[in-house]
Write a protein that binds this ligand. Structure first.
Ligand code: ADP
Ligand code: MG
Length: 366
């Protein structure tokens, strides 16, 4: 039984198709992050799960029960919004217990829940303050508290950290992770921030234009992206996608970058192709992350390539170097302690155990 299951879900606003045949499910206790660029349909999907938005096609199940037509208040779900949506005229205590009172929970149970959750979230000293007398981080805690007291089946979070400054955002991110570790409640969490997604999610569903591009573990999303959208969206700087083609003869397969000498062949025999047929002469993108280009040979199979560096960006603990490889721009990431001379021939090493290969036409991983 899946805690949440979304089946063939489509949603239009007028003639705009915002969600296109979404299929998604979540096991009990998982933390699913919906990640994608602004406007791709994340909030719409979350609102549909909450019952705040209608569906054009498809179904939503909670514990195998079709809730597509069930009122939001009867779905046993709690949502934390980006804007916190606290009632400004109520104090923290009243804000936190509002939902329980609406649900006609007994006075004893309300007090018990309030005490437990407010001390857990360290807002027990703030119960008599109004939202306007709280810092951003404290408001966020209260908004989470209001969801927690209800002990919902599923928590929905819509970009809950995006109104906080960078330092607080990282702190609250860790608190949300601890919270999930302790409570183990099923979570669906929307963000456009890849670091947040990577650090929180047990699963990440990457969306673009209302379509799920990949729903996978953070490790697989990072190391085995399904297509060039996912490869490009995750990682900073993005994965290098070098254009070129494959050459297959007898049992050897290699990659030749566009514009480079046919003699500069990068062996890709050890790459795990989904299918090994029709690879010869296939136009592809050869994907390699900036951190998998090394300045010295680290592994047996690291492949030596000649480069000229033409730009260096110092970012404190690291430096990002831009290279020219057969007229294609390639980025590599090195420790900032290494001295790289610009406009001079040098050798670099591709870690061929970490590459991804995509069909140039379909943009899919092959
Ligand atoms: P995200 O949360 O990923 O940024 P949204 O789900 O908010 O994206 O929006 C997806 C698309 O649907 C956007 O193009 C947005 O303009 C449109 N949209 C969202 N809500 C409405 C609405 N109530 N009416 C019309 N268009 C909407
Ligand atoms: Mg949104």
């Amino acid at each position: 039984m899946k805690t949440l299951r979304i089946e063939n879900l489509s949603k239009n606003f007028g003639s705009t198709e915002v969600l296109k045949k979404i299929n998604l499910d979540i096991d009990e206790g998982n933390f699913l992050v919906l990640l994608g660029p602004s406007g791709c349909g994340k909030s719409t999907l979350l609102n549909i799960i909450a019952g705040l938005e209608t569906i054009n096609e498809g179904k939503v199940y909670i514990d195998d029960y079709n809730v597509s037509k069930v009122e939001p208040k009867d779905r046993n779900i709690a949502m934390v919004f980006q804007s916190y949506a606290l009632y400004p005229s109520m104090n923290v205590r009243e804000n936190m217990i509002f939902g329980l009172k609406q649900a006609k929970t007994s006075k004893e149970k309300i007090e018990e829940q309030l005490k437990k959750v407010s001390s857990f979230l360290k807002v027990d000293e703030l119960l008599h303050r109004k939202p306007s007398q709280l810092s951003g981080g404290q408001r966020q805690r209260v908004a989470i508290g209001r969801a927690l007291v209800r002990e919902p089946r599923i928590f929905l979070f819509d970009e809950p950290l995006s109104n906080l400054d960078a330092k607080l955002r990282v702190e609250m991110r860790r608190e949300i992770k601890k919270l999930h570790q302790t409570l183990k409640t099923t979570v669906v969490y929307v963000t456009h921030d890849q670091t947040e997604a990577m650090s929180l999610g047990t699963k990440i569903a990457i969306m673009n234009h209302g379509v799920i591009q990949q729903n996978d573990t953070p490790e697989n999303i990072y190391n085995k992206p399904n297509n060039t959208f996912v490869a490009d969206f995750i990682g900073s700087p993005s994965m290098n996608l070098i254009e070129g083609r494959l050459i297959q003869n007898s049992d050897k397969i290699s990659f030749v970058a566009e514009g480079s000498e046919k003699s500069t062949q990068i062996p890709v025999d050890n790459y795990n192709f989904k299918s090994s047929t029709n690879l010869n002469d296939k136009q592809i993108y050869f994907g390699i992350r900036p951190e998998h280009i090394h300045f010295k040979k680290l592994n047996e199979n690291d492949f030596e390539v000649n480069f000229k560096a033409n730009l260096s960006e110092y970012i404190g603990h690291e430096q990002i170097i831009t290279f020219n490889f057969s007229n294609q721009e390639i980025l590599a990431k090195f420790p900032s302690t290494i001295n790289i001379e610009l406009n001079k021939d040098m050798k670099l090493y591709f870690d061929l155990s970490q590459i991804s290969i995509f069909d140039k036409t379909s943009k899919e991983r092959i």
